[in-house]
Structures are given as structure tokens and as C-alpha cells.
Design a protein. Sequence first.
Length: 281
Amino acid sequence: MLKTIGIAGAGTMGAGIAQVCAQANYKVVLFDLNTSVLEKAEKSIAASLDKLVSLGKITGEQQTSFISAISYTSNIKDLKVDLIIEAIIEKLEAKIGLFEQLMDINGPDTIYATNTSSIPVTKIAAPLKYPTQVLGIHFFNPAQIMKLVEIIKGAKTNEDIVKISGEFVLSLNKVPVYAADAPGFIVNRIARLYYVEGLKMMEEGVADFETIDKIMESCGFKMGPFRLMDLIGVDTNYSVTESQYHLFNHEARFRPSRIQKQKVDAGLHGRKTKEGFYKYE
């Protein structure tokens, strides 16, 4: 039975997952090497819970309980838990290096989950000591709100681990969807075309990004592709597109956009930097 959840990476996604786990009454350890990122995550979670109290969705007592359920650390040795969810940069070497350290700390009984958007789970697990304990548990941003969670079984993942992880996702009041270990899994494979085609239309001068967003939103989408890229992070979105482009052997339909690359190079990463395609106060 899972009792303690470790989150590696305290960025927007890691902080959101930590909050969701705390609200489901798990003890949570949120880890990041950068103490300023941890401080930002703590403030973000507090503000998010404040909003839930103001909306009457949780009580003040529950808020206090959820806050006390999360501990923050920059010492990786504190991540001795039942289940670890990795939410760091989308770089294969970084993820493998992190899991190697975590497996030395935790051993063969802990579940090691990656929140990767695009890197095959099998590729992450292959060089590790306990590949049968590795799988994908992919949340969507913002994790506090989005109900869907993809569960991805690697080539060697133990079936019992998949079952336990599905039950865990249900305990968070989320909806687990089981995906094969294919590039982009389900959602990001389909969504990639939403972003890429929007960017192509902008590049070709068919319409500006604001017009494209307005049209898509008028069709029933909650956000147009450019507003959504700003929310996710233009840099994160570009990284996933680039990864999927390579994994699909450079298929033209997944080719990254030079406009998006220019935004990344300029440090215009969306809401988190106060400017992406749009400007934010």
C-alpha cells in the first residue's frame, strides 16, 4: 500500500502533482536541487490552496492538513518513499542519472514513475537496475485541474506495478488511461499537430496567432494553440515537439517551428517568464 510519494522536480508540474497527492492524503516529499525553485513551489501551492478555500471547495482545516503533508528538500537522500514521480527536464541522460541515484537510495521495491511527455519509458528504464519497477505516469498541466493521467507500461514493466499505479491515479480523483510505449503516447501525439499546424499557418501568413486562437476557441477548444503553448511553457512544448520529430524519423508533420525556436532562444517561454506569444502582467 502506497503511503509516501516523492516528487523529483519542483517546477510547475512537480508542484502541481505534489499538491494533488497531498489533497489525496498522501505524505509527500518534494525535491529539487534549486532551493529558490522549492520556495517558489511552496508559495504556489499555498496560493492554490488559498483559492480553493475562498471558493469553498476545501476548509481551512483541510488546507492546514494538506500544507503539513508536504515537506520540501534539496537533499536527494530524503526521497526514500513508496512511489517516486520524476518531473524534471525532458533530457534522457538527466532522467536516467536521477533514477540511478534514486534506486541506490530506495532499492527494488519502490515504484519509479516518469512524467515524461515524449521519451519512451523503455528507453529510460533499459540501463537501470530495476527496469521492472519503472513506468510512465504522465500528468497534464495544470495537474491540480486536469483529470486525465496517462499510464505507460515499458517493455519490462511489471504488470502489478501498472495495476498499483492505476489505483493510485484513481485515488487522486483522476482518470487513468493506459497507453502503449509509443512516441508521444496518446495525447501528445495528437496535440503535436494542433501546435505545429497553428505555427505553420502563422509562418505562412494565413493568419496571426491571435486570430488562430480566437477561431479555435470559438469552435469549442478551451484554449487556442498559442495560448496553450504559453501556459505549458513554450520551451517545454518545443522540447516535446523536437523529441517527437526525432522519434518519428523526422516526419515532416512533426517538424519543429523556427518561430517557436526563436521564442525559446529569446527566453520568451510563456506565462512563467511573463511573455511568450502573449504578454502577461
